[in-house]
Design a protein around this ligand. Structure first.
Ligand code: SF4
Length: 201
């Protein structure tokens, strides 16, 4: 437990490194809904939309004009819209020539067009933050996709990278450096990653 967050052991014990060449960015499609948005993110999307429009497909632009730039989901609150029904790709995703789904926000961010990378829920996945329903504490869980994320688990083992290490950037973005330091300490891993790799090999 750090601050008001109950953290699953999996976050500090399991290993994970996304392998996009194998999964093709499957977490951007076929979910229960689009990407969940934090309370301030719908406004950020409105602000960024015209700048990221050139990164979208024609079908996505048409869908956004029909549904809106974000939609309300009973279970998840505000989420990004998806093409067609809820089983399809996020409207802000686009396949590249290798068939990998790329996020329009992230592409625009890397091109220096916008300063916001993407919704924090996408950035943190496969870590999921479950908000407390009764005001007690929030939960941080590790919930990779069973099939699509399997290569990432294999790659994580191979490279000896723990879930929280792989997600250092979004964890600091969301909770701050102090939280990350506390998480690192709580993990009991004073040993640096290079040393651990040596031991494991
Ligand atoms: S979280 Fe899973 S599905 Fe998404 S990019 Fe990483 S490995 Fe692929």
């Amino acid at each position: 437990m750090i601050d008001n967050l109950l953290i699953s052991d999996d976050v500090v014990e399991r290993k994970f490194v996304c392998d996009l060449s194998k999964c093709k960015g499957a977490c951007c499609e076929e979910g229960d809904a689009g990407a969940p948005l934090e309370s301030e993110e719908p406004d950020i999307i409105l602000e960024m939309y015209e700048k990221i429009k050139p990164y979208l497909t024609k079908a996505a632009i048409a869908e956004i004009e029909k549904k809106g730039k974000y939609v309300y989901n009973r279970e998840f609150g505000w989420v990004t819209p998806t093409l067609g029904n809820d089983k399809e790709i996020c409207v802000y995703g686009k396949r590249d020539e290798r068939g990998i789904i790329k996020c329009a926000f992230e592409q625009a961010y890397y091109d220096g067009v916008i300063s916001w990378k993407k919704p924090i829920s996408c950035h943190l996945y496969p870590i999921i933050i479950e908000k407390s329903k009764k005001g007690s504490f929030d939960r941080m869980n590790y919930e990779p996709r069973t099939k699509a994320c399997k290569p990432a688990c294999v790659q994580g083992e191979k490279l000896q990278v723990l879930v929280y290490e792989f997600l250092k950037e979004p964890l600091i973005r969301k909770f701050g450096q102090e939280f990350y330091n506390a998480l690192e300490q709580a993990a009991g891993l004073s040993i640096n990653p290079d040393e651990r790799r040596k031991i494991a090999s």
